[in-house]
Design a protein around this ligand. Sequence first.
Ligand code: ARG
Length: 573
Amino acid sequence: MTDPQIVLTERVQQALANAFGPEHADADPLIRPSQFADFQANVAMSLAKRLRRAPREVAAEIAAQLSDFPGTVEVSGPGFLNITLDDSWIATEASQMFDDPRNGVGTTTPPQTVVVDYSAPNAAKEMHVGHLRTTIVGDSLARLLEHLGNNVIRQNHLGDWGTPFGMLIEHLLDIGEDAAVAQLEAGMGTEFYQAARTQFDSDESFKTRSRMRVTTLQSGDPETMRLWHVFMDATVRYFNKVYTMLGVTLTDADIAGESMYNPMLEQTCDDLESAGVAVMSEGALCVFPPGFTGSDDKPLPLIIRKSDGGYGYASTDMAAVRYRVDDLKADRILYVVGADQALHFRMVFAAARQAGWLPDTVSAEHVQIGMMLGKDGRRFKTRSGESVKLTDLLQEAVDRGAAAIADRGYDEDVRAEIAHAVGMGAVKYADLSISHDSEYVFDYDRMLGFTGNTGPYMQYATARIRSIFRRGGYDPAAARGPIVLGEPAERALALHLLGFGAVVEQAARLAEPHRLCAYLFEAASLFSTFYEECPVLKADPDVREQRLVLCALTLRVLETGLDLLGVPVPERM
Ligand code: ARG
């Protein structure tokens, strides 16, 4: 691992152990970026308190242990250690990174089996903008974890079951299969649902038919199941259009919708009941996980089987936890789902732990997705107040992307390709660059901006590096090290690039892709400064060669990083 912050942490820990005894070998040396040096270590202050000694003295003893360190270590202020790395160390590490096909990114050892539950739209309604975000963030997490060598199992927990399917199937029969399929494939699920609902509320015989249909559906009647499949297949074809537009890695093989768990639900309830984890309460079978109380201070139930004998969202999720641990052999399960479901997941995890279905060795994490807001600060809607069709929403981003590059003289098909990348890159990067749990304003103007921490800016930064190579007649893949550092801007860029492996690991471990965005944005900014201050193509041949190597390493870091985010990178813009 070349990340300087990690190297420094280890070195200072060693120094602490040498100076003050092995019990300090695990102390956090508190290495932070510094204004006055590359890094500072703040550990002397807290350690001095415990040792009842003067902080500057403690700092000096640590510094003395670092005399063979490839850089300078100075005691400053009340007891900070200011650390500046030698240029030669940075250059050597950067050269090694350049020779490493993985760009300094390690692998998780031992690799884990990670189930990533993401996207998960509901078939009985239109896929809405919230699902755009669970899809984009989840896909980036899957890519990051996979890149680190983990066995990633994608699970698209579609909402594909429940009582509304009675009326949906009856409505499908009323308008005819072909018309229904056409409507659903076109993404008009909401209209379809609303039409069925209106009929249900106004027509007694339709209501009766719908209720009977729920019963035949639940009993697995072959013809009803066939109709359900017709409905679901058309709906999934629409979801797939959205996935294809976005370039997410989900396939039909990843679909593990609620219906998949139907055959397990009875057993789920029986096992929970006989283990004494679930009890009957007011006719319903409930788990009362400890520590959850309602507003009236009464224990809060997680309802596993309703009083009418029906199963719900919690029943399915209990079965799903068990399946993911026992059958999929998960070491870690990520639920990339709206923040408004936080209580549900805390209760499901607690109940599953109580039942022994989720052992302590398996981590279950709700990656909370903040609500998507409109520019007016309210829940995102179109002007007419209707829900928005996602394919339209995405197409608008592509159209705006096309307008932004209209004057650059590209041929029609090249332009369409770039516009697609810019539009989708803008939407995806906007979702990824802020922490996943913060609320988020859907604003085309901001996300399609070519300045600031946006998708188009990041794409432009990579395209600009590619164009340097093109103009000089060089191939970035043919660049050969070593990396040589002269100017401060070169040094700053190289030092930052060394942190790539660590940030990828951290983004995956914390399930926080925005950390990678922030890192890449900083890399692009440092590259800009470098490019302003250090001519590349106009430099003397040997300096030019050296700088091209740094350009090539930056390009690889940016392109690899954006790929891990799932942001497409056009070669030119
Ligand atoms: N379909 C649900 C929704 O739209 C999300 C499902 C998330 N996954 C899960 N295992 N509950 O809110």
